[in-house]
Design a protein around this ligand. Structure first.
Ligand SMILES: NC(=O)c1ccc[n+]([C@@H]2O[C@H](COP(=O)([O-])OP(=O)(O)OC[C@H]3O[C@@H](n4cnc5c(N)ncnc54)[C@H](OP(=O)(O)O)[C@@H]3O)[C@@H](O)[C@H]2O)c1
Length: 338
């Protein structure tokens, strides 16, 4: 039985474009099918990929009016007869809405397929801190375990280790028994170490590659740079034989990166492209099991920046685009209007 009203507030688009195409108004509460769950979002993250979907930079099905927002933490309102395991009042989370025809999360209610919804382990967990960690954590788990096939004892280099995805990569790689190196600005070295980095290198140091080589003389097995800046001619020689380079950032920026073909194939190096949007429900569920305990905890302290009401979704996207000042660095999170 559903106790939801007929209409709900929502941040949505009716065409692709810049942040100002985002409207805030009333839409019908979505109907749920037998294997769906109706969720009342408590907090929704604003991810770079939400902007790519909104603008059309990432082509995907967006049936209009299209509600934005990929990640939510919320409470179950109603569950279909085939949505086993979910009951009204359960705290839950999801990281795969707002894409491929699925409506997003920035609304009074969201219909979520049960196989994309996961229980939040601790009922008291802060929804803002938890939702801020969802996208980085799922991305990092899939990068390390689905695409890099990380093995305990290997050396992992995380470029941009103090960032959102970078922090999650450090934590998950260290938890998996890897030796973890990070590049970051020196102000962030302590933060990287707290999240599992054994050593840090300043990404602006002209000698950074020599320093990494000195720290990993036998080569790096897994190299993941989250900054979107890729210098394969400089970095491939620092890799061990059978190393994996996971490419997950740089949409647009990295189009013309030269590829040192000989150095890649003579080392049996794998270059693996990966976008979380392509992950299937089984992969996402495995990642969710791997990260759920970390969401909203000090062990994965993703930086939270501005927390804004749903009605300011367009402003949040302008902040993401850098066309409006961001009052605080860190992940932008939207919460229902009071
Ligand atoms: N493929 C996927 O599935 C997927 C999923 C999620 C995110 N992403 C992408 O991943 C990227 C990172 O996202 P994020 O949220 O983690 O961003 P973020 O928090 O801004 O992290 C980027 C990090 O890179 C650092 N950095 C800047 N210049 C650098 C350089 N030259 N060398 C090394 N590091 C440098 C930044 O440091 P400072 O703070 O010092 O500038 C920052 O810590 C984005 O492009 C996003 O679109 C991809």
């Amino acid at each position: 039985m559903c106790s939801a009203p007929a209409g709900m507030p929502a941040a949505f688009i009716e065409r692709l474009g810049g942040p100002d195409v985002i409207r805030y108004g009333t839409l019908p509460v979505p109907a749920i099918g037998g294997t769906d769950v109706l969720v009342r979002p408590e907090a929704v993250a604003v991810d770079p990929v939400d902007a790519f979907v909104r603008s059309g930079a990432y082509r995907t099905s967006t049936p209009f009016p299209f509600v934005l927002g990929r990640d939510l933490v919320g409470t179950v309102v109603a569950a279909g007869a085939g949505a086993a395991g979910f009951r009204p009042g359960d705290r839950v989370w999801c990281g795969s809405l707002g894409h491929a025809g699925r409506q997003g999360a920035t609304s009074g209610f969201a219909a979520v397929a049960a196989d994309r919804l996961y229980p939040l382990p601790d009922a008291g967990r802060d929804p803002v801190a938890a939702v801020a960690a969802v996208h980085p954590a799922l991305t990092a788990w899939l990068a390390l375990h689905r695409h890099a096939d990380l093995v305990a004892g290997e050396t992992v280099l995380v470029g941009g280790g103090a960032g959102n995805v970078g922090t999650a990569l450090l934590r998950l790689a260290a938890d998996a028994g890897a030796r973890v190196l990070a590049t970051a600005r020196p102000d962030d070295f302590d933060r990287c170490r707290r999240h599992g980095a054994a050593d840090c290198v300043d990404y602006r140091d002209p000698d950074r590659y020599a320093r990494i080589e000195a720290l990993a003389p036998d080569g790096v097995q897994v190299w993941i740079d989250t900054s979107g800046r890729h210098d394969l001619p400089a970095t491939v020689p620092l890799l061990a034989h059978r190393a994996r380079v996971v490419l997950l950032a740089g949409l647009g920026d990295a189009a013309d990166v030269p590829l040192p073909v000989g150095a890649v194939y003579t080392r049996d190096v794998r270059l693996v492209g990966f976008a979380i949007s392509n992950a299937g429900t089984a992969e996402l569920a495995a990642a969710a099991r791997g990260v759920a305990a970390l969401l909203g905890t000090d062990r994965l302290a993703v930086r939270v920046g501005p927390v804004l009401p749903f009605g300011q979704a367009a402003r949040a996207h302008r902040m993401l685009a850098g066309t409006e000042p961001r009052p605080a660095p860190g992940r932008i999170v939207l919460v229902p209007d009071a």
